[in-house]
Design a protein around this ligand. Structure first.
Ligand SMILES: C[S@@+](CC[C@H](N)C(=O)[O-])C[C@H]1O[C@@H](n2cnc3c(N)ncnc32)[C@H](O)[C@@H]1O
Length: 253
């Protein structure tokens, strides 16, 4: 089975229905498009780290039902760690088994609560080597965490990474967190127990505070467009605009 088919069988009809529902009637855009752009952006980021920078350790924090271990064409020797809550990874194993999907790298699952102090030990026990270069992805998580938990998580990632390691993550800004325009979506998330809690207008400063040099792109800008984002993107100098950010960062010495 090729990677594309692996991804489709793992997403299942529910995944495609969700994407359909997230498209505004008769047009493009909406949360579905954000998810599509974000996925491709970080697919390229992770593969680039492995192919061009020679990294062979990939860590997906809060991996959820991420299908990259199955979908992407990883260079040989790549070891990919998926961290998430035990019940989520257990459910995922059942989905993988039902789909008959095969990973295209060495995949290791690490059942942890990322709010607890002890998760780094579990990752190390699974074989991760902190002294070797790595690429990390924290996708779809930081928005939902209290600020102290965001800093706690980033501190630990910094402790676990060698100079030159790479980190991808997505963030919302403060204006989005409090935007009346985003209210229907935010309240629907809150109703499902996933309230938005964290936003920053300056991802560069957040990452610098933890020892990382960040490169920040807004969905729709060059490098995160893929010919799909048709609406204009407000430059960052314009204040008061709700925004999301796709961040690539490099660990400073
Ligand atoms: C919105 S999903 C994102 C999943 C995946 N990264 C993606 O972008 O498709 C958030 C994920 O964070 C996980 N998560 C939330 N709190 C967590 C915690 N304290 N420890 C570990 N995982 C957590 C959830 O189980 C869920 O899989």
């Amino acid at each position: 089975m090729d990677g594309r088919r692996e991804g489709a069988s793992l997403a299942g009809p529910e995944g495609f229905d969700w994407l359909e529902r997230m498209q505004p009637a008769g047009g493009s855009g909406g949360p579905g498009l954000y998810a599509v752009i974000r996925t491709r952006f970080f697919d390229d980021f992770l593969l680039d780290a492995c192919e061009r920078s020679g990294v062979r350790q990939v860590v997906l924090a809060a991996a959820g039902l991420d299908t990259r271990a199955f979908r992407l064409d990883w260079p040989s020797g790549t070891r990919l760690y998926e961290m998430d809550l035990p019940e989520v990874l257990d459910t995922k194993e059942a989905v993988i088994e039902a789909a008959g999907a095969r990973e295209s790298c060495e995949r290791r699952t690490v059942r942890v609560n990322l709010k607890e102090e002890t998760w780094p030990e579990a990752l190390l026990a699974a074989g991760y080597k902190a002294e070797e270069p790595s690429v990390w992805l924290i996708e779809g998580l930081l928005f939902y965490l209290p600020e102290a938990a965001v800093h706690g998580l980033l501190d630990k990632v910094t402790t676990l990474t060698a100079t030159g390691s790479l980190l991808g993550l997505d963030l919302m800004n403060r204006n989005l967190l409090f935007s009346p325009m985003a209210w229907p979506q935010l309240s629907a998330l809150a109703w499902r127990g996933a309230r938005g809690r964290f936003g920053t207008n300056v991802p560069e400063a957040l990452l610098a505070g933890h020892g990382w040099e960040a490169n920040v792109t807004q969905p729709g800008e060059a490098g995160a467009n893929y010919g799909r984002w048709t609406r204009p993107v407000a430059p960052r100098e314009i204040p008061g605009v709700p925004r999301s950010f796709l961040v690539k960062a490099r660990r400073r010495s």
